[in-house]
Ligand binder design. Structure first.
Ligand code: PGA
Length: 254
């Protein structure tokens, strides 16, 4: 199965013109890949501008967040349904930058359900703030998975992707990326916990992505040695030359 490479543009770029140029640069490379699926997640404001009228097989679009409320009186909010109706297929849910702004596991769980109901595939971000030598962070991950994904309708579990993003590895303040070895270990653990909720078959099929300071130098390690099903890329997704190389690296992996 091909890899999933997710571009999380966060609050970038500042103008629609730059957004179009960035998308154009990525699309050229992404459309030539044979196996890899590129999922571009721009600010919701640009989705309608960037999504082509006819869907393509290799490039998909996603939102970065959606509102947990179903009440239509939610000033400033955007619903999963709106994101789906504009032509997107994916939704990042529970990113640590949203959690830092107060989003709880309970809210993440609601968003996951609304996303699936709307027909979007949620990319659920989990990850510990600190890595401890005793492995306590694994209990934290177990808790996060249980609270965000416990007791969902059985059919929902096949729509889900998990992005393991240790918080200490994300963004400009990061200590650097995790290692492929650690990722491999943690992804197995995540799959095991997921199996407890969704059963073995779905747990084997669950895409587990790595995110946090992904770049051209470390992408291959995570995809090959870490056996990541994909990558969630922040900063480097804004630099076309770098992101294109990451896409090409992913496409070469057997
Ligand atoms: P980064 O961000 O690649 O800039 O570390 C990853 C993310 O926040 O998803």
């Amino acid at each position: 199965m091909g890899k999933f490479i997710v571009a999380n543009w966060k609050m970038n770029p500042a103008s629609p013109r730059e957004a179009k140029l960035l998308a154009l640069a990525l699309k050229k490379t992404a459309s030539k890949l044979t196996k890899t699926r590129t999922i571009i997640c721009p600010p919701a404001l640009y989705l309608s501008l960037l999504i082509p009228p006819r869907p393509t097989k290799k490039i998909f679009w996603g939102g970065q967040d959606a509102c947990a409320g179903v009440n239509e009186a939610e000033t400033g909010a955007i619903s999963a349904k709106m994101i789906k109706n504009i032509g997107a297929d994916y939704l990042i849910v529970g990113h640590s930058e949203r959690r830092r702004a107060g989003e709880t596991d309970k809210v993440v769980r609601e968003k996951v359900q609304l996303a699936v109901k709307a027909g979007l595939k949620p990319i659920i971000c989990i990850g510990e703030e600190k890595r401890d030598a005793h492995g306590d962070y694994l209990s934290f991950l177990r808790g996060q998975i249980g609270a965000c994904l416990g007791d969902l309708k059985k059919s929902y579990y096949s729509e889900i992707m998990i992005a393991y993003e240790p918080i200490w590895a994300i963004g400009t303040e990061a200590h650097g990326a995790d290692t492929p070895d650690n990722f491999l270990h943690n992804a197995l653990f995540i799959r095991k916990v997921f199996a407890g909720l969704a059963g073995n078959e779905l747990a084997l099929a669950l895409p587990v992505l790595y995110g946090g300071s992904v770049n051209v130098k470390n992408a291959e390690g995570f995809l090959k040695d870490g056996r990541a099903d994909g990558l969630l890329v922040g900063r480097e997704s804004l630099v076309p030359d770098q992101f294109k190389q990451i896409l090409q690296i992913a496409d070469k992996i057997k």
